[in-house]
Write a protein that binds this ligand. Structure first.
Ligand code: FAD
Length: 410
């Protein structure tokens, strides 16, 4: 068997960004998938992702910008904490975020790859660790971007970087009709959970995407585990009640006659155990496998960073791969160290936000309710996780920032 280039396993945003970038840089790539583009277009809602401007810039640089309709871009975001009256502020994003159903975006990216001559190998049933080893015989390096479900046996959990051994939220993600449109909203019901809501471009045009993050054992949890198909009306009634109780800002935009899921498949229920895996594995062929995206790090979506991080990590890996081998263990470890510069802050931030907010984070939040420039800064932290975590992890940085604002105001 002759060595041919780089093998990539998985066609999520991480694998596809990596494949398209390597293709653009002239590197020979084979992409291993478990589904064709058409198969990816059907099926259950996989997530409700907001892509920040860095991610969108990378897609633009690849010539793969898709489904950008005006209504699916959010330019403003509101953060609201339930209290009487609600504590809240609204900020403007320096660059809009974009949300499109990944059942549309990912097949479009895959079609770009194959239309540009990319080599795609689709294997049914889903390939596993043995297949990865077998494929590695004909590749100089295998990058595993197979998401949180898959090929995990190659990449054991890194206990030092994984503080949780069970999910911290029960999730209900869905696409809905019957909600008056609004920009991005992050709603917190202290001690109960969070609800994110934003406009999203879907197979039915513009709709409202909503993610309920319920604290296990709390009052928001039952709806995240209730079956829609058994009794759609009871499900919707229960969800309406949860929103009325915990997120009045969303509830006030609901039209009770028409509020519903777009369709039974436009719903995802489950939970994520946050985990960081050891990203480098030596395969039976002696070749190296490098994990990126959710296959390496799966965070709870509480900070909306996973897909953005997958796109970033893929870009970092592509640049290093295109610079040349040998693609040995030292190479893979140095790529992982480079990716961790952003992945580390994203992971620590996401894990911290699963706990009640620290006093200095609340102080920053309170400041933003009365200072528009602080509100804008806070909102834009979601597209700058390194700065976000340097602030959220350090009371002294928050103090310094607040003090500088007071000086500006006086
Ligand atoms: C409800 C929800 C909301 C979210 N919201 C956000 C958000 O707002 N912003 C954000 O940035 N992130 C968000 N995320 C996280 C985000 O969805 C993931 O981090 C991201 O999609 C991971 O991409 P990936 O390419 O690494 O993995 P995946 O998307 O899981 O893709 C893996 C791919 O590999 C394929 N595959 C699996 N096994 C194999 C195999 N053995 N062989 C070949 N192929 C295989 C799969 O078919 C799939 O195509 C959210 C997640 C959830 C669940």
């Amino acid at each position: 068997m002759t060595t041919s280039g780089i093998g990539i396993v998985g066609t999520g945003i991480s694998g596809l960004t990596l494949a398209l970038r390597l293709q653009q840089l002239g590197v020979d790539v084979t992409l291993y998938a478990e589904k064709t583009a058409d198969e990816m277009r059907s099926g259950r809602l996989p997530n409700t992702v907001a892509r920040m401007w860095h991610t969108r810039d990378r897609e633009r640089a690849l010539g793969s910008e898709h489904f950008v309709s005006d209504g699916s871009l959010a330019r403003r975001a509101t953060i609201s904490i339930k209290s009487e009256p609600p504590l809240e502020f609204e900020g403007t994003l320096a660059q809009p975020m974009h949300a499109v159903d990944f059942r549309l975006l990912l097949p479009a990216l895959l079609d770009d790859f194959t239309a540009r001559g990319g080599r795609l190998v689709v294997t049914h049933p889903s390939p596993g660790a043995d297949d990865v080893s077998r494929w590695s015989a004909s590749q100089e390096l295998i990058v595993v971007a197979a998401g949180r479900r898959s090929v995990a046996e190659l990449f054991p959990r890194d206990g030092h970087r994984s503080p949780y051994d069970r999910p911290q939220r029960s999730l209900l993600a869905g696409l809905y009709t019957g909600i008056r449109p609004a920009d991005f909203g992050y709603n917190v019901s202290p001690g109960c959970g969070e609800v994110f809501q934003m406009p999203m471009w879907t197979r039915n045009g513009l709709a409202a995407a909503m993610l309920v993050e319920a604290i296990p054992g709390g009052p928001m949890e039952p709806v995240t585990q209730m079956s829609y198909e058994d009794d759609p009306r009871a499900f919707i009634r229960t969800l309406e009640n949860v929103l009325a109780e915990h997120t009045p800002r969303i509830a006030e935009r609901i039209d009770h006659g028409s509020f519903d899921l777009l369709g039974p498949d436009d719903l995802l229920q489950g939970a994520v155990t946050p985990v960081v895996r050891i990203p480098v594995a030596r395969l039976s062929t002696g070749r190296i496998a490098l994990a990126v995206g959710d296959a390496w790090i799966t965070n709870d979506p509480i900070t909306g960073q996973g897909a953005n991080l997958g796109s970033h990590s893929a870009w970092v890996a592509a640049e290093a791969i295109a610079a040349g081998g040998p693609y040995d263990e030292a190479f893979a470890l140095s790529v992982a160290a480079e990716m961790w510069k952003v992945a580390g802050p994203v992971t620590d931030w996401s894990n911290a936000f699963l706990q009640p907010p620290a006093e200095h984070v609340l102080r920053l939040f309170m400041g933003a309710t009365t200072d528009q420039s602080l509100a804008d800064l806070f909102i834009n932290l979601f597209s700058d996780p390194v700065t976000a975590w340097s602030l959220f992890s350090d009371p002294a940085e928050v103090d310094a920032l607040m003090a500088s604002r007071v000086k500006v105001a006086s």
